[in-house]
Design a binder for this molecule. Sequence first.
Ligand code: FAD
Ligand code: DHB
Length: 391
Amino acid sequence: MQTTVGIIGGGPAGLLLARMLHRAGVECVVLESRDRAYVEQRQRAGILEQPTVDALREAGAAERLDAEGLVHDGIELRWDGRSHRIDFPSLTDGRRVWVYAQTEVVKDLIALQLEDGAPLFFGAEVTSVEGADTDRPTVHYTHEGRDEVLTCDYVVGCDGFHGVTRAAIPDGVQRTYDRVYPYSWLGILADVPPSCDELIYAHSPRGFALHSMRSPEVSRLYLQVPNGTDPADWSDERIWDELDARFAVDGDWKLRRGPITAKSVLPMRSSVTEPMRHGRVFLAGDAAHIVPPTGAKGLNLAAADVVVLARALVRRHTTGSSDLLDAYSDTCLRRVWRAEHFSYVMTTTLHTDPGQSGFDTRLQISQLDRIASSPHAAAELAQNYAGLPLP
Ligand code: FAD
Ligand code: DHB
């Protein structure tokens, strides 16, 4: 098989890229190793920043998002029994965020692609990408028990953190920067209406907690837990008791409890691979970088990468100019490092490190007090959270 752009991975990055290219008349093919049900049900991110929503709308993929997504104009921070709301629109020239699960974004993009989009193969596992330095790189994959080859003008690795495309950038060329955090998140889904209108990020001496949601009927909550935690060690009652203790606040707020339908542990790590391009092979989304989840940047960064890449590939296709393709890695890495820093600051301000001293805790409280008292500090958080404008 031959195509113009071979896209490896049918997660949000690969599917959105395929949608944008197809609408612009650039031929592409998506190869996804898992089956459709698996990809559509994988529980992950829940918050879309303004530029991601703008991109989905422009791609004609926001009909259900606009009908069912929950628009949020702020978040609440809690610490020391106090709470403070950050208002996004007033601090960001009108930007906001949407609660709309990654599962739903993926379902919408898959439905559109199968209806009238580029070819999308499930169960197509890529084993290697060859010839990044040549004019016709090749993607080697297995599908329905056969070894296949996809010959492309360009290959884009949207195959996530454990993907194979990164290996196409030679060791002497690529450099990876990473940091592993000494704690994880225990995430739950519960069939109970959220106990808040907006997300709550709580700092507590017992560790971080986050109250998010998936719909008016389903709550999504997270607890900081030690690395290596087995979710089976956390009974439902223990989880609710711990959440209650960490969200404690002066006043009469109450956490609603309900049946827990899913529990999982998520390790926290930052990693960036540079450059995000070698020859005719490009990396986008988690294939190039991951962030710890605090601040919800992972999915949004993936969307930003493919917006920049789609624009560059369309320009190459329509004008023959490769200037935007040549700038792709540098353009994306500026935003990536901004998001890495924001996620790091949110994570280290709100979590309790196992070796944390009283001094460290006082610094965290001072930073939270500063955000509550300074519009400048609050605006810095709001602008990063709601999404900086795309270049
Ligand atoms: P992915 O979604 O990882 O998609 C990559 C795709 O490539 C997958 O479908 C995979 O099956 C496919 N693939 C991999 N290897 C191959 C191969 N060899 N051949 C063919 N296909 C292949 N972010 C948040 O903001 N908030 C959260 O709460 C949050 N929770 C997360 C929980 C988990 C467990 C993980 C892993 C991530 C979480 N994230 C979260 C991050 C967010 O989900 C990612 O940033 C986002 O999924 C990135 O999209 P992507 O398309 O780049 O990669
Ligand atoms: C969610 C995840 C996050 O990492 C975050 O900062 C906010 C919300 C979520 O899954 O809903």
